[in-house]
Design a protein around this ligand. Structure first.
Ligand code: WTA
Length: 680
């Protein structure tokens, strides 16, 4: 019924074909929080013209222990004064209270907050809001017993198990900042984050299964603690969940052993010790820090993105409500890992504040079979599904037969995030997965923005496959040309925002200068995203990708500089340059060029050693798929590596290399091209 192409002729796609545009399904329009395009435009106008009124109205759904007359205050003009943003300054609240007690008080105590679905389909538990609350209070007492106070940073190196939700909410309850570190990161990456924020407490698990493969997390955490000690950061407690003890184990697998060192405290034992202890909520100032989340930086050192309380809370609440058009009877599933911002805003905080029944999934989408996601959709009657283009492409590539045993008829909205979605994957989600009965919301945003910035709304925005589409309420995108001039109307440029929104980051932990330099110096007066975008004739925004030295691999941002420094740490490597090359499933992959020291030659052993080096220093997701020996790197006279050229070589599109006359030595290009074909 809803597979109606309302217009077929708005703009031309890259291949010269007319683009399709799809209306939201009629049942989604009826009763939507934002219903119809006119309603969107009206609300959007209010959110810009009367931002304070708009956000006060949204915030009135939430609990503030103390109110304020203040709204959004900010300065983006670094030349005029310090860059800052404040929201509801003077108010007091607590996001954990808003997720738990507030919902219990409005009668949702016995509603299921999460269905925790383990790696093995048989490992399932359900927790009501009351049950989750009880665990959170108890764990907050454990943290307090270990001396954690307001303002401290607690590192959470945990897989996607219930205790991660508990630990995040427990930190927020007592005003400690959580710093979740993706459990696929290496000991060195974890150590760097522990050191940067001087964490004294690390919460981890003995291990986890990723599909059929066991991973010993505790030994990685222990190695990180030892590395941190070398930097004079002394971790006093490693609280460990004994997760492996309770899971169903695939046959014949040997479990990793966890070491019970002096500073190891078993989660379950600590919880028992604190049973029945009252551990009250800390009422936090609107602008007090809520959490840190590290993201890649173009200089290589990860940035501790800092979010604060009231603004992040209000924005995560509002974006969840409108982008997924949340309803009381929704079954909501965000497949993201809490190691990334999507897990923070749209698996934990946003859905809980909206009182939703959510699914919290530990595993991977293809285990035990590529039907796993669709089986779970049917099993639980999932209405709103939030996933990534990479997952969609990977499942699509495995064939439609994995869809056939399931109906997926409960689905109403499918969201994607993390990278641009190609029209083919969009159409697959829309037609094959969603049976043309869903809205697809391609949500563009960043760790730094806290929540969605550009997206369709499911009951309002006609959809174009591949376009992130329209700004969220209060978000004011502008495209700037290389000279910093605003591009009006259709065109392509650097994507910036010209005003603050409540959920924006408030700084980089411990590095105010880098905050201004990275986001506000490139275009004075604007927040710069680091992405490019195109605006079409209908005002739809299409994200074209990073314009800086970050690359997006499977929706994860990686720094080329960080991978390069891992490679040059090898004694045989003199120099390295890493670029993003296109990949059918991952979107792009790291392609490394390495110049070896005189007399060294590349062989399989060295390639394996280099890959191991990157895995150990950063994590498996950063390992280059291709490592090519480069007798020399193309450089300008000032010594700058011309990545533009390396990208073309990695892509295999030598013809597009363009002008090379500014290079010191043009002959290296020929060598690199022939080196490439030898490897391809
Ligand atoms: C990219 C993830 C195109 C973009 C929430 C951004 C996207 C970076 C989209 C942030 C999208 C995210 N379309 N590109 N819908 N969503 N990106 O901080 O390059 O992990 O700057 O936050 O991912 O990645 P981050």
């Amino acid at each position: 019924m809803s597979d109606v192409r309302v217009k077929f002729n708005l703009t031309n796609g890259e291949d010269g074909q007319d683009e399709d545009i799809f209306n939201p399904p009629a049942p989604l329009l009826a009763g939507a929080h934002c219903s119809g395009l006119q309603n969107y435009h009206d609300l959007y106008r209010t959110s810009i013209n009367d931002a304070d009124g708009f956000w006060r109205n949204v915030a009135s759904d939430l609990h503030f222990e103390q109110g304020t007359s203040k709204g959004l205050e900010y300065n983006f003009d670094a030349k005029a004064g310090p860059v800052y943003c404040k929201f509801m300054d003077g108010a007091k609240t607590n996001i954990s209270y808003n997720c738990l007690e507030r919902n219990i008080k409005r009668g949702l105590g016995d509603k299921i907050a999460y269905i925790f679905e383990g790696n093995e389909p048989s490992d399932v538990s359900t927790w009501t809001y009351k049950e989750l609350h009880a665990q959170v209070v108890q764990f907050s007492a454990v943290l307090r017993a270990h001396g954690v106070q307001r303002g401290d940073v607690v590192a959470l190196y945990l897989p996607m198990i219930p205790e991660l939700a508990v630990a995040m909410l427990a930190c927020a309850r007592i005003g400690a900042m959580h710093s979740v570190v993706f459990a696929g990161f290496s000991a060195e990456s974890l150590a760097a984050r522990v050191v940067d924020a001087r964490c004294r407490v690390v919460v981890t698990a003995d291990g986890v299964f990723r599909g059929a493969k066991p991973i010993g997390l505790k030994s990685i955490a222990d190695a990180a603690v030892a590395l941190a000690a070398q930097e004079d950061v002394k971790v006093e407690a490693v609280i460990m969940v004994e997760h492996l003890k309770r899971v169903t184990k695939p046959d014949g697998v040997e479990l990793p052993k966890a070491d019970y060192s002096e500073i190891t405290f078993v989660y379950e034992t600590e919880m028992q010790k604190c049973s029945g202890i009252d551990s009250p909520v800390e009422w936090m100032d609107a602008e007090s820090p809520l959490f840190l989340l590290y993201t890649s930086g173009s200089t290589g050192k990860p940035k501790g993105i800092q979010h604060t309380t009231a603004g992040y809370m209000t924005y995560a609440y509002a974006t969840t409500k409108y982008t997924f058009d949340t309803k009381d009877d929704d079954v909501y599933w965000c497949t993201a890992d809490c190691g990334w911002i999507t897990g923070h805003s749209y698996l934990l905080y946003g859905p809980l504040m909206n009182g939703l029944k959510g699914i919290w999934y530990e595993g991977v989408p293809t285990y035990p079979t590529p039907s796993r996601m669709w089986d779970a959709v049917d099993k639980y009657g999932v209405t709103k599904l939030y996933t990534s283009p990479t997952a969609a492409r990977a499942l699509m590539a495995l064939g439609n037969k994995w869809l056939e045993s399931t109906s997926r008829k409960s689905l109403k909205v499918i969201g994607t995030v993390g990278e641009p979605i190609n029209p083919a994957a969009w159409m697959w989600l829309y037609k094959k997965v969603g049976l043309s009965n869903v809205s697809i919301v391609d949500t563009y945003w960043q760790t730094e923005t806290g929540g969605h910035m550009i997206t369709c709304l499911p009951g309002a925005t006609p959809m174009k496959p591949g376009a992130a589409a329209m700004p969220f309420f209060g978000a004011s995108p502008v495209l700037l040309d290389a000279e910093g001039r605003v591009i009006e109307g259709p065109g392509e440029g650097s994507l910036c925002f010209d005003r603050a929104w409540p959920g924006m980051m408030r700084g980089i932990y411990g590095d105010e200068q880098r905050f201004v330099k990275t986001y506000f110096a490139p275009f004075n007066g604007y927040y710069f995203t680091g992405d490019g975008a195109r605006r079409d004739e209908d005002g739809y925004l299409w994200i074209t990708g990073r314009v800086d030295d970050l690359m997006n691999v499977s929706g994860h941002l990686l720094s080329t500089a960080e991978i390069e420094s891992a490679l040059v740490a090898h004694e045989k490597v003199a120099e390295a340059a890493v670029v993003a090359a296109p990949h059918d499933i991952k979107g792009s992959f790291p392609y490394a060029f390495v110049t070896l020291n005189v007399g060294e030659k590349i062989d399989e052993k060295l390639v394996a050693e280099l890959k191991k080096m990157v895995r150990e220093k950063i994590g498996a997701l950063a390992v280059p798929d291709v490592i090519q020996e480069a007798p020399g790197l193309p450089k300008t006279r000032s010594g700058k590596v011309t990545r533009r050229i390396l990208r073309k070589i990695a892509e295999g599109s030598e013809s597009g290399i363009g002008d090379t006359t500014t290079l010191v030595d043009e002959s290296v290009i020929k060598q690199l091209i022939s080196g490439r074909s030898a490897r391809a």
